[in-house]
Design a protein around this ligand. Structure first.
Ligand code: SF4
Ligand code: SF4
Length: 335
């Protein structure tokens, strides 16, 4: 049995200002959407998290994300100023451009954020995002960022622009039509070009478009021992829950990190770290009535489904946040 998890210095992380998002992208690893109310800090909680980050990870490179962090601009301002005041290195704020209403408004919003220290925005660009937000808004934001911010816009991912521009840019993209014209292999290629991690809703996306394994095969070679100690892209949300690596739906309290974490209170992580841990977790869940689906796209897709069942039937401190396990979030597991 594995008793502890040793997590090294926290290297690169995102401060999540809530999981609410006007979009409901089919590829979203963190299963965000308009229905999510969780993960947003009060101003007091925000100050406490920033103090903790300054104490626990003063040298990490940070970004601010969500959900959509520009949904609450006052909160975002406080987060940027709080990082600046504590000497934390903020590289960018991640945004989907849903809030953009005109070129002038985009310039004004960014200029205000620049005045308190923002240098760059990461602008999400993909057919998954364009299905919800007309690309015209995204383009407007990129141009405004290039005018106003010292480091402009980090466009993630530029190479999707030609795919998006096969349809009018002043309308949300008709994703089904895009894929119907080109076939399922194209849908799968979009996921691969994006480098999607097959957890959250992305795991279901891969399965839907043809990457299919029986559960026993999906349980093999799960990358848990590497991912759970990966601190190069962690997240911390408004209730100071630390999400390790890219394991959406698994949490630890930020206050126990970095260092050696006693896993007694975190049985899901403890099982996943064992040899054949994911298969063991499935078998534990089967004792609680879990029935695997016929196919999964990858270990993380299976892991997400098992944890959804465990969250409902045997919730533990390492499963969260609550909104991730809301059936409206993980829509692909319905039925
Ligand atoms: S991928 Fe980004 S824009 Fe899309 S639902 Fe998730 S948080 Fe929102
Ligand atoms: S199988 Fe689960 S714990 Fe392992 S890497 Fe994937 S999401 Fe993380």
């Amino acid at each position: 049995m594995v008793d502890s998890l040793t997590v090294g210095p926290l290297v690169g992380g995102g401060l999540v200002l809530g999981y609410a998002c006007p979009s409901m992208c089919r590829h979203c690893l963190y299963a965000c959407g308009p229905h999510r109310k969780d993960g947003k800090p009060t101003l007091r909680e925000l100050e406490g998290i920033l103090d903790l980050l300054a104490e626990r990870a003063p040298n990490a490179r940070y970004h601010i994300g969500g959900g959509e962090p520009l949904l609450d601009r006052a909160l975002l301002r406080r987060a940027i100023m709080g990082m600046r005041d504590r000497g934390l290195s903020l590289e960018y704020v991640e945004t989907n451009a849903a809030w953009v209403s005109s070129p002038q408004q985009a310039v004004e919003v960014l200029a205000e954020l620049e005045s308190i220290g923002l240098r760059c925005v990461l602008v999400s660009v993909s057919p998954f995002h364009a299905e919800h937000i007309p690309f015209q808004k995204t383009r407007t934001l990129i141009e405004a960022a290039r005018r106003v911010l010292p480091s402009g816009a980090f466009v993630w991912i530029q190479e999707f622009v030609p795919d998006i521009l096969t349809q009018p840019e002043d309308q949300p993209l008709n994703f089904e039509a895009l894929v119907d014209e080109r076939g399922d292999p194209y849908a799968l290629s979009l996921a691969l070009r994006y480098g999607l991690v097959p957890g959250g809703r992305a795991g279901r996306y891969f399965e839907h478009y043809g990457r299919r394994l029986g559960w026993k095969d999906a349980a093999r070679n799960a990358p848990c021992s590497n991912r759970l100690i990966d601190t190069s892209h962690f997240h911390v949300d408004g209730q100071a829950r630390y999400v390790p690596g890219l394991c959406a739906g698994i949490v630890l309290p930020l206050e126990v990190l970095p260092g050696q974490v006693n896993l007694k209170a975190y049985p899901v992580i403890r099982t996943l770290l064992e040899r054949d841990g994911l298969e063991k977790l499935v078998l534990q869940a089967m004792h609680l009535g879990f029935e695997p689906k016929e196919h999964y796209s990858a270990p993380c897709d299976l892991c997400t489904h098992v944890r959804l069942h465990l969250y409902k039937n045997r919730p533990t401190a390492d499963l969260g946040p609550e909104g991730f396990y809301d059936p409206r979030s993980l829509v692909g597991f319905k039925g």
